[in-house]
Design a protein around this ligand. Structure first.
Ligand code: NAD
Length: 263
């Protein structure tokens, strides 16, 4: 049984997931990071680069191959975490994708719709269901632990983008999943939170960098800068370390003030 609290971060090979893993390690968590991209020979990017970055901070990182959309693999993923660390204190549902092609809502294809629901919503929902059952069991023998689950949704859970309707809908669904699990798991002392990133500089937003540079310069984001993975990581770490013990269901937006209604 590991003496440190243990976090599982999905999609931890790059971007926001990697940033979350690093901040959790700084808060004293041992981390398991899973990703659909799993290249043990690649030290320059992906899970094994993240592992090296975590180890340079003196932390522990277990890389696991997993496709979150494939429900059949969830048991093996949780088994891998328990085999290495013997416990699970935190699940961060971060893995997610944008549409391969942005199409107007009048042109959205069923294939893209299903792909985003499978990865962003259905995968996270059923992984959470399994992890929650595990946490309920573990809490019986370790009542002092503070298990928690964090959903990384997006400002797109509340903001319409007609050129990527399926993304917005998947994130709105994820937001409700966080709420329902928060409600159901409260009696077990399992905290559930939703974190809504705004415009974060990662590979996901690389294709629209110039467009967003212009929008940020034009005042869309009151703090007038891109967000970075560590901005989201610090928010998750604050939730994970137990700073909000009476706030299950909290929705924390990390968007430089995009949620301020302005005139
Ligand atoms: P990213 O594309 O840079 O990284 C996502 C990671 O998830 C990659 O390592 C990828 O391989 C992995 N992944 C993709 N599909 C997977 C699957 N089926 N199973 C396991 N791993 C999978 O994206 P990011 O910008 O770091 O985004 C991370 C999360 O944050 C996503 O859920 C995204 O929707 C959300 N988000 C991002 C932004 C932004 O501006 N970048 C804003 C709001 C929300």
């Amino acid at each position: 049984m590991h003496e440190k609290p243990v976090a599982l971060v999905t999609g931890a090979g790059r971007g926001i997931g990697r940033g979350i893993a690093l901040e959790l390690v700084r808060e004293g968590f041992a981390v398991a990071g899973c990703d659909i991209v799993f290249e043990p020979g690649n030290a320059a990017s992906g899970l094994f680069e993240a592992k090296a970055a975590v180890e340079s901070l003196g932390g522990e990182f277990l890389p696991v191959r997993a496709d979150i959309a494939s429900l059949d693999g969830h048991e093996a993923l949780l088994d891998a975490v328990r085999e290495r660390y013997g416990r699970l204190d935190l699940l961060v549902n971060n893995a997610g994708v944008a549409p391969k092609v942005r199409l107007d809502v009048l042109e959205t294809t069923p294939e893209s719709f299903d792909r985003l629901m499978d990865i962003n919503l259905r995968g996270a929902f059923f992984l959470t269901q399994k992890a929650a059952r595990l946490m309920i069991e573990e809490k019986k023998t370790a009542p002092d632990r503070r298990p928690a689950i964090v959903f990384i949704s997006s400002v797109s859970a509340r903001v319409s983008s007609p050129s990527r309707a399926e993304y917005c809908i998947s994130k709105a669904g994820l937001s409700m999943a966080a709420k329902v699990f928060a409600d159901r798991l409260a009696e077990f002392g399992i905290m559930v939170y939703e974190v809504r990133p705004g415009i974060i500089r990662t590979d996901m937003t690389a294709a629209v960098k110039e467009e967003y540079d212009g929008l940020i310069a034009g005042g869309l984001v009151p703090q007038k800068r891109w967000g970075f993975p560590e901005d989201v990581g610090k928010a998750v770490a604050a939730l994970a370390k137990g700073s909000f013990p009476y706030s299950t269901g909290l929705v924390l937006e990390v968007s430089g003030g995009m949620d301020i209604a302005r005139l």
